[in-house]
Ligand binder design. Structure first.
Ligand SMILES: [Fe+2]
Length: 252
């Protein structure tokens, strides 16, 4: 794959939400085949590469507490070495271990530092910039290519794509919601928010079993194409779970 600078990219492949140990092998294989076929200039991984299950506050005393951080990191690392993204975003699942580096229990802080160090070493190895997860605090978690903002995502509701576009005031591509969706913003500027789906084996994410919204989760990615002056002229959503192909929202 060619690795043009972000400012000269004509085709960008964006994906996210692998969730490490819970990765969906069919979705991952489909994504990598698509990458090989399309040969995008730039790949962006939009966060939640790891699941970090055992670090979750609610994991204590249940099965998640025993989920292997080694296996989580190995599944994530193998994928990133294959994808070789230009930017490696941190999602809310990675933000968990970044926060826990200052936990008062040394054993927790030491384990969290090990995970963060392994993420940052992996980014150096593949030549990716690490984009922090800053949630709703500031815009540092977003990077723009040709006026389209790429980030992990902050809000999680049914209208998350629309809400992200309205919050940032530009077209937005995000992960986080695990849905393949495209929504217009309620602005005269005719902005649009797009969520790229996930690369996780959805039935394995047991902590989401009690939410109706989980039924709408889908494996997928987005292909963003730019024309003259790096003006975005097409955002194509691709499901990776079936043979269906949709072109969702050409941008005028
Ligand atoms: Fe996720």
């Amino acid at each position: 794959m060619t690795r043009k600078s972000l400012t000269s990219a004509r085709t960008v492949l964006a994906c996210g939400c692998l969730h490490g140990i819970y990765r969906d092998e069919v979705a991952v294989a489909s994504l990598l085949k698509l990458r090989d076929d399309l040969k995008p200039d730039v790949c962006l991984f939009l966060g939640d590469g790891l699941d970090t299950s055992s670090f979750r506050a609610g994991a204590s005393g249940n099965r998640e507490e025993g989920v292997s951080s080694d296996a989580d990191a190995a599944a994530f690392s193998a994928f990133i070495r294959e994808l070789r993204p230009r930017a490696l975003y941190m999602g809310n699942h990675e933000a968990r271990v970044y926060r826990l580096r200052s936990h008062p229990r040394d054993i927790v802080a030491t384990a969290a530092r090990w995970v963060v160090d392994s993420i940052e070493a992996l980014a150096r190895e593949v030549g990716a910039v690490v984009v922090p997860y800053t949630g709703a605090l500031d815009a540092q978690g977003w990077r723009s290519i040709g006026g389209v903002a790429f980030g992990h995502g902050v809000v999680f509701g049914e209208n998350a794509p629309r809400d992200h576009a309205e919050a940032l005031g530009c077209d937005v591509i995000h992960a986080h919601t695990h849905r393949l969706a495209s929504q217009p913003a309620r602005t005269l500027a005719r902005l649009r928010g797009v969520s790229v789906g996930c690369l996780a084996a959805i039935p394995a994410l047991e902590y989401a079993a009690g939410r109706r919204a989980t039924m709408a989760w889908e494996a997928g990615c987005a292909v963003i194409r730019y024309g003259e002056g790096q003006r975005c002229h097409e955002i194509e959503l691709r499901t990776l779970a079936a043979t269906r192909r949709e072109t969702v929202c050409p941008l005028a």
